[in-house]
Design a protein around this ligand. Structure first.
Ligand SMILES: [Mn+2]
Length: 363
């Protein structure tokens, strides 16, 4: 991990925007920027301050020892304010002659207002500064995502041997989670989605106590987390023999998945990749009312990050991004199929990290 390189990227942004300092307090962004492992969690009270010559990590007593240990050999100095973190931080900014400060637009409004008053200089809300750096992965980040994807493949293989009529969605979801955690996943990337029968027509259905029946489509969307990095995959299976209509939906989703994957090229606008798969679905009779979400998204420290592969994103995809390609066909009352792969964007196109079969599985 090269914290130096990540901080340098942020400093270039400061220069470009003509701002003296930036304060980063989003947990995933702080994790990325510091490179600290096993320090930053969702409960932490902390902030990273970066100026042209300072990289300082503020936290409190509960995290002091872990942060100081993690900071050894890095450009970070750890500061543990005696009283209020933001009161002390603002006092230091004033002492150091900082005139303008960037804060992430995602911070709570109360904190933004408080810092604005305490600091007394110009405070600018800024959006996606660290997220933009995060969207191009370093090789060791890709290795971790690939390891999480491999565990996802194993979990899918495992769950295929378990799904049967009579089990509830919740039991299947629990088994998926248990398998991943028992085999090295740090929690899960997100609560698994197990959506059966008519529930599978809801793209982000919440797991229910519905009992799986013969003839159901069962959509499984889940991911592991390895060394701080997520994976994400979706497969849809049929319990028993598939009907003609189920086959038709499945083959449309599968074709769109293949077309979306083949469209991935560095330098191509994300919206064009999205359109390739969307047009393929429409040509099969599954236009907008059957597929209403984005084709994919970036994956890394967070399961949903930049770049978004959506009709609205005109930015080009870049070498080193890790994205999903996940077209779906959702037919209310009948069910839905989504097939989601995780890929790395390389010079020659998409390299798959998800290796589970996409042939229609009838259990
Ligand atoms: Mn996804």
């Amino acid at each position: 991990m090269n914290a130096e390189h990540r901080i340098a990227s942020l400093r270039r942004r400061l220069v470009d925007e003509g701002i003296d300092a930036v304060l980063i307090s989003g947990a995933s962004n702080m994790t990325y920027l510091t490179g600290f492992e096993h320090v930053i969690d969702r409960a932490i009270n902390a902030a990273c301050l970066v100026t042209p010559d300072v990289s300082r990590f503020y936290t409190d007593f509960r995290y002091q020892e872990a942060a100081e240990t993690a900071a050894v050999g890095t450009p970070w100095t750890v500061r543990v304010p005696k009283e209020s973190l933001y009161v002390e931080l603002c006092a230091e900014l004033r002492e150091e002659g900082v005139q303008s400060l960037a804060m992430e637009s995602s911070v709570p409004y109360g904190r933004f207002k408080f810092v604005s008053e305490q600091f007394q200089g110009r405070v600018e809300p800024v959006n996606q500064w660290v997220e933009e750096i995060r969207q191009v992965k370093e090789p060791h980040e890709i290795e971790r995502i690939a390891a999480a994807a491999a565990l996802g493949d194993e979990a899918f293989e495992h769950i295929l041997g378990r799904i049967e009529p009579g089990l509830t969605e919740r039991e299947v979801a629990l088994e998926l989670e248990f398998f991943m955690r028992r085999n090295g996943s740090e929690g899960v990337a997100f609560d698994p989605i197990v959506a059966s029968g008519p529930n599978s027509a809801r793209p982000h259905a919440q797991v229910s106590d519905r009992v799986i029946e013969n003839g159901d489509l069962v959509k499984l969307d889940f991911g592991a987390r390895i060394e701080g990095y997520c994976s994400d995959m979706t497969r849809t299976v049929v319990v028993g023999k598939a009907t003609e209509r189920q086959r038709e939906i499945y083959s449309a989703a599968l074709e769109a998945n293949g077309i979306g994957l083949a469209a991935v090229r560095p330098g191509l606008p994300a919206c064009d990749i999205d359109r390739s798969a969307r047009d393929a679905l429409a040509a099969r009779g599954f236009g907008g009312e059957y597929f209403g979400h984005s084709l994919g998204h970036g994956v890394g420290i967070d399961v949903h990050e930049q770049p978004s592969i959506s009709p609205l994103n005109r930015d080009s995809v870049r070498i080193g991004s890790v994205i999903t390609i996940e077209p779906g066909v959702y037919v209310p009352g009948l069910g839905g199929v989504r097939i989601e792969d995780l890929v790395v964007v390389e010079e020659s196109g998409a390299r798959l990290l998800t290796h589970s079969t996409k042939d229609l599985i009838e259990l």
